[in-house]
Design a protein around this ligand. Structure first.
Ligand SMILES: C[S@@+](CC[C@H](N)C(=O)[O-])C[C@H]1O[C@@H](n2cnc3c(N)ncnc32)[C@H](O)[C@@H]1O
Length: 250
């Protein structure tokens, strides 16, 4: 069984961890695929390439809490305009916002690629796609294609993307290996993958540990799938931005 949290665990940033954990009520969401039993710390084994790693995957952020994705204080904390600027997105390029939610990064990416460029915004929750499409329409954004993906398949065209961006998403991918393999195939030969996550290395960041990841964890899981580490951007107060390049031929 896969557990989904009834409250937006990630949304409780700024509150004490104890409050956050207490605010999460489990609800059954469906079946999940694990390759072994849960250990005494609640972690189950995942197969990543030829490696098996132990990490407990976070539940999906429920669409019922989507308001949190556009909370006013988010701009100061996550500095989305600076992030997009620092990603050096090519004008006229193709960028994928994987796990786009309501589009908080999507409309900024759409501006960065310009009218000749394209953004593909993927989410697996139809409710998120609806909100995303409304937000794009309200802003008059026309160079975004929305895609309803599935847990293991983001349904991306092969060899097409200059950049794939995941913001606060990787830790909740239910099928990380399948999804990242599809991301790799969707990238152009020298395309980049940018993963933004809350810093697990910093215990003072008051986010449920399930929703934080270390650079080592990200590299350890993503590189064996066919990526090479490119750059670490560490200017955000609570998150790191880990950039990878697609490794190998198409
Ligand atoms: C915490 S929200 C972040 C949304 C957005 N990236 C942002 O920063 O505002 C995570 C989103 O990832 C989506 N998601 C989770 N797993 C996914 C997958 N395998 N493929 C596509 N979207 C996924 C969830 O539905 C949710 O909308």
């Amino acid at each position: 069984m896969k557990l989904a949290l009834g409250a937006p665990c990630l949304s409780l940033a700024g509150l004490a961890l104890a409050t956050l954990v207490a605010g999460c009520s489990p609800a059954v969401q469906g079946e999940t695929q694990r390759i072994g039993p849960v250990d005494e710390q609640g972690r189950f084994p995942l197969r990543i390439g030829k490696l098996v790693k132990r990490r407990q995957i976070a539940p999906l952020m429920n669409v019922a809490h989507a308001d949190w994705l556009t909370r006013p204080e988010r701009d100061a904390e996550e500095q989305p305009d600076r992030v997009v600027e620092q990603l050096h997105i090519p004008r006229g390029g193709t960028v994928v916002d994987l796990g786009a939610g309501v589009g908080y990064f999507t409309w900024r990416l759409a501006r960065a690629v310009g009218p000749a460029g394209h953004v593909i915004a993927v989410d697996i929750q139809p409710g998120m796609i609806e909100l995303l499409e409304k937000n794009l329409a309200d802003r008059g954004v026309t160079n975004v294609r929305t895609v309803l993906g599935s847990e293991g398949d983001p349904r991306l065209p092969p060899g097409s993307a200059d950049l794939v961006l995941l913001v606060d998403v990787y830790h909740e991918l239910q099928e990380p290996e399948l999804t990242m393999d599809a991301v790799r195939k969707a990238l152009k030969p020298n395309g980049r993958l940018a993963v933004i996550e809350y810093r697990q290395e910093d215990p003072s960041i008051p986010i449920d540990p399930l929703h934080k990841m270390t650079v080592g964890e990200l590299r350890g899981e993503i590189e064996p799938i066919g990526f090479r580490f490119d750059e670490l951007l560490d200017f955000l107060p609570k998150q790191h931005i880990v950039i990878f390049r697609r490794d190998g031929a198409l």
